[in-house]
Design a protein around this ligand. Structure first.
Ligand code: ZN
Length: 411
């Protein structure tokens, strides 16, 4: 499994100039490559893919004499374009309620802040505990915490809007961490929402911490301050940095809160079922509260996934469709349910419970459904799925016993 490790780096003025030039040329290349891709799509209804895109990136780099950016980083620019187009095609496929889907956007100076070296020893190398060798820039001081396990794969150098530089190192391997140990056989479903941050199928509600609510206020103020300043002015730039710093602080607070939460979850549950992130709903929503929630959700899923791997437990992600509207006891669907309804009242079986707990129970049931199927399939071919040496199928049976009130039907 791949994992990212992020460290602060301290380039000298000269090194900073080199990195800035590399990033700027990568940005120019990005925009040229994007232009060519859009043109090919518009005129010939075809997309430039993989090898061709790679070759085109190198060709443009040569033609436009982009001499600072390395060939490796140029190829990574092609990867970025390819990702942007994949997202574009997905949006086209999903359809946006009849509205035309915009092409991937060109990147302005402030919106392009990093370069990637996709291969170790090819443009970068970790020399010592506190030294990182980077193409053209030379040997940089890095605040390396010696915590990388596994094989180093790639490096991204990033300049954050605060003005600080970071090295994000991707490593691949089996990550073990004694802090992440699962001591339980319990199975849980979790719903993430606005009213309570998390509701579990056991009926626990974990509230949004106050810090996150306060940070929303601070971000609003910083946003307003930024938009009051004249474009291109020094004060606007200052306001931009202050906003970026506020975002950083919020991100750190959120991460600390989530680490505590996910550590506990991994310790207490063998199988955790959560929703698949609803990207469609995410991009549609511009409310700050919602965007903070989405970011929290992303981070929660990220932490759960890598910690589960370290602890030998299982995270299952299920389609969230209908998990709010369906009765977790009998399957009746309440199409009239609105966001204002905090209680789920079933007109079929009469059950009444917190709406998010109801959703969490549906999520759990869907997760167990996929596990059950997986269990029998793997039994059939004699290769039984296990977690920590215990067959998954038996854990599911245990969960079924303890939660006999669960409604097992796929809809
Ligand atoms: Zn019901």
């Amino acid at each position: 499994m791949k994992r990212a490790f992020k460290y602060r780096i301290y380039p000298t003025k000269e090194q900073e100039e080199s990195l800035k030039k590399q990033i700027e040329e990568a940005r120019i290349l990005y925009n040229l490559l994007l232009e060519a891709s859009i043109k090919a799509y518009k005129e010939e209804k075809k997309s430039i893919l993989g090898y061709d895109l790679n070759e085109l990136a190198l060709k443009i780099r040569k033609e436009k004499s982009l001499t600072h950016v390395s060939a490796q980083s140029a190829q990574d620019v092609a990867v970025r374009i390819s990702k942007a187009f994949k997202q574009f095609f997905r949006k086209v496929k999903e359809g946006k309620h009849g509205k035309a889907v915009g092409y991937p956007r060109f990147k302005s100076f402030n919106r392009y802040d990093s370069i990637t070296f996709p291969q170790y020893n090819n443009g970068f190398r970790l020399l010592d505990d506190d030294l990182l060798s980077v193409y053209d820039a030379g040997i940089l001081k890095i605040k390396y915490l010696k915590d990388i396990a596994g094989k180093i794969k790639a490096l991204t150098i990033k300049k954050e809007p605060t003005g600080n530089w970071y090295a994000i190192i991707i490593a691949d391997g089996q990550f073990k961490n004694e802090n992440h140990v699962c001591k339980s056989d319990k199975v849980v479903g979790m719903d993430v929402g606005l009213a309570s941050f998390i509701a579990t199928s056991y009926g626990e509600l974990i509230e949004n911490p106050k810090i996150l609510k306060n940070s929303e206020k601070i971000l609003k103020i910083r946003h307003r301050q930024l938009y009051k300043k004249k474009k291109g002015s020094k004060n606007r730039n200052k306001a931009r940095i202050r906003l970026a710093k506020a975002y950083n602080k919020v991100k750190k607070q959120r991460e600390t809160f989530l680490h505590g939460l996910t550590n506990k979850m991994i310790k207490n549950y063998k199988i955790i079922v959560i929703e698949k992130l609803n990207i469609k709903g995410m991009t549609k929503n511009h409310y700050l509260a919602k965007s903070i929630l989405d970011a929290s959700w992303n981070e929660l899923a990220r932490q759960l996934n890598y910690k589960a791997e370290e602890a030998g437990s299982v995270i299952l992600q299920v389609d969230p469709r209908n998990t709010s509207k369906a009765c977790s006891n009998c399957g009746w669907i309440n199409n009239d349910l609105t966001l204002a309804d905090r209680t789920f009242k079933c007109q079929e079986c009469g059950i009444e419970l917190n709406r998010d707990v109801n959703a969490a129970r549906n999520i759990l049931r869907l997760g167990l459904g996929t596990l059950g199927r997986r269990g029998t399939e793997s039994n059939a071919c004699g290769d039984e799925a296990t977690t920590m040496g215990k067959p998954i199928a038996s854990i599911v049976t245990e969960a079924g016993k303890s939660g006999s009130d669960l409604y097992f039907r796929n809809y």
